[in-house]
Design a protein around this ligand. Structure first.
Ligand SMILES: C[S@@+](CC[C@H](N)C(=O)[O-])C[C@H]1O[C@@H](n2cnc3c(N)ncnc32)[C@H](O)[C@@H]1O
Length: 512
């Protein structure tokens, strides 16, 4: 099977069989599109996003933080389907499209349960079953979908099968498909969705829900991926992260590849049921992500005592003197726990206190550098919460630190989509600070810094997202605005470039 820049065949990763996988059918360059899918087979929104996101084109109408989602049309709203009272659409055209794609066959079944919150995987599974029953999914796509492993035996082994059976019963009933699919088949399909779905995201990677695509869900995982997926509404693009040779396997990362080895392994084992033997995992804790853990020599008396206390607290009885490795693992656990705690805290001020405590601990312990997790994750969370409480200046300095220390290490390719989006958010924050006349640092010209960053993104977003993505187009529009303004302000390109050089230096200093 071959299309675009890939073909599908059996895969072996680190000596173990990994089912089918995607392979490149020619040499590819970083930033090049490999496959474009206009719409995944199924996408299902989170309960919260059902309220403010179009269930057809997936435009998220809320949450546009200080201009970073300029690609969302101003004033856009969603209207509820009068029948099922669950899905909302941003236009009559979107409603009609969803209706014809299959909603007309499930709308009235959903009506009696309008006030029940149904999990996204149940809604997604219902959609798939109803559409297949009505002949709206062709045989080839269906076979490809059913080929994806349901991991039903793994769910039985880990004790989650009962929950799956229960959800499958509800799915059958609400979709009125019992006459077509038996209960074991539905349980398998439900399990297949749980273990093969990807995250539905906005062009700037805000999570919206889950999706299944019969073709793209055949891509295997690596913690050192060579491709990634960007979305633009329902459109998915698989793009090359770096140069790839013909016949190399194409990988995306199912988890955050910047996390340490043991955390990646455990997440992959729990959600996707495999022990990763990718090129990075074969190095174990010898890769950059675990650098900090090799710093046994930096374990000061204070750190040792702190770890001892934590270990004692976790165990009812003393099991002798812990090793330094155990102490390190405990300290790491402690910082990740703070990160997870902050994510759960709904009050941003409280979350900021938790995060600042954890960052101070990481820094004082002298174990972590700015690019070692969970420090960058804590900093990302800090920025979000500072923006939520209106501390734009504080958020700016955190962005500057992230830009200087974390981004180049975590996302070395200039067109890495996360790097591009984070830089864009930073540019929009700089522009906001310029508009309020805030003096962030002596001599800092925030309008010029914003323009410099936008200039960079106007180039890199074309590679990360492709020239036709709505995000890229909004960046280009912004760039043409600031470019004109700047030339007008400085008169000549030479004067502008000299000013830019000064601001580049200042930006780096602000990130110290
Ligand atoms: C989304 S599917 C990918 C397609 C899959 N290979 C297939 O043929 O159905 C995810 C599953 O593929 C397998 N898989 C993906 N990446 C792997 C890897 N690096 N090593 C081993 N198995 C992997 C695991 O069974 C995982 O649950």
């Amino acid at each position: 099977m071959s299309q675009d820049g890939y073909y599908i065949r059996d895969s072996t990763i680190g000596g173990q069989a990994a089912g089918k996988g995607f392979f490149s059918n020619r040499d590819l360059t970083g930033g090049e599109p490999i496959a474009i899918i206009q719409r995944p087979l199924m996408a299902s929104l989170e309960s919260e996003r059902l309220k403010d996101t179009c269930a057809n084109c997936y435009v998220w109408t809320e949450g546009s933080a200080i201009g970073s989602r300029l690609y969302v049309k101003r004033g856009i709203t969603v209207q509820m389907c009068a029948g099922c009272k669950r899905f909302r659409y941003c236009s009559k055209a979107c409603q009609k499209e969803a209706w014809n794609r299959g909603h007309k066959h499930e709308c009235k079944n959903l009506k009696p349960v309008a006030d029940k919150e149904l999990p996204k995987a149940v809604l997604g599974c219902m959609e798939i079953l109803v559409r297949r029953k009505q002949g709206l999914i062709d045989d080839q796509t269906w076979q490809l979908l059913c080929h994806l492993d349901s991991h039903i035996d793994d769910f039985k082994a880990n004790g989650n099968y009962d929950g799956i059976e229960l959800m499958a019963m509800g799915t059958s009933q609400f979709s009125a498909t019992q006459d077509t699919f038996n209960k074991d088949f539905v349980a398998q399909m439900y399990a297949r969705i749980l273990s093969n779905s990807m995250t539905l995201v906005t062009p700037t990677f805000e999570p919206l829900g889950i999706l299944i695509d019969a073709l793209l869900c055949h891509i295997n995982h690596s913690c050192h991926p060579n491709t990634y997926i960007v979305m633009d509404g329902p459109q998915m693009q698989l793009r090359a992260l770096r140069d790839i040779k013909k016949d190399e396997e194409l990988f995306i990362s199912y988890v955050d590849p910047t996390m340490p080895y043991l955390r990646r392994q455990s997440e992959l084992e729990q959600r996707w049921f495999f022990a990763c033997k990718c090129s990075k995992c074969q190095q174990g804790i010898a890769s950059q992500e675990d650098d900090w853990a090799r710093k046994l020599a930096s374990l000061t008396t204070h750190n040792r005592e702190l770890a001892n206390e934590e270990i004692k607290r976790a165990q009812d009885h003393s099991v002798g003197e812990p090793s330094d490795e155990q102490r390190l693992a405990t300290l790491q656990e402690k910082t990740f726990n703070s990160y997870e705690e902050a994510q759960q805290q709904s009050d941003p001020a409280e979350a900021i206190r938790t995060i600042e405590g954890a960052i101070a601990f990481c820094t004082e312990s002298n174990l972590w550098l700015a690019h070692h997790q969970p420090l960058p994750a804590l900093r990302d969370e800090l920025i979000v919460n500072m923006l939520a409480v209106g501390n734009y200046e504080g958020a700016w300095f955190e962005c500057a630190k992230r830009h200087r220390h974390a981004m180049p290490k975590l996302y070395p390719q200039i067109h890495h989509p996360i790097r591009v989006v984070q830089t864009w958010r930073m540019a929009m924050l700089a522009q906001y600070l310029a508009s309020t006349g805030t003096e962030v640092a002596v001599g800092a010209d925030m309008a010029l810094i914003a323009a410099m960053l936008i200039n960079t993104i106007s180039v890199t977003s074309r590679m990360s997202h492709g020239p036709d993505n709505a995000f890229t187009k909004s960046v280009q529009l912004k760039f043409s605005e600031v470019e004109g303004e700047l030339l007008g302000r400085f008169g000549s390109e030479d004067a502008m470039n000299a000013a830019i050089q000064r601001q580049v230096k200042l930006l780096s200093e602000m990130g110290k």
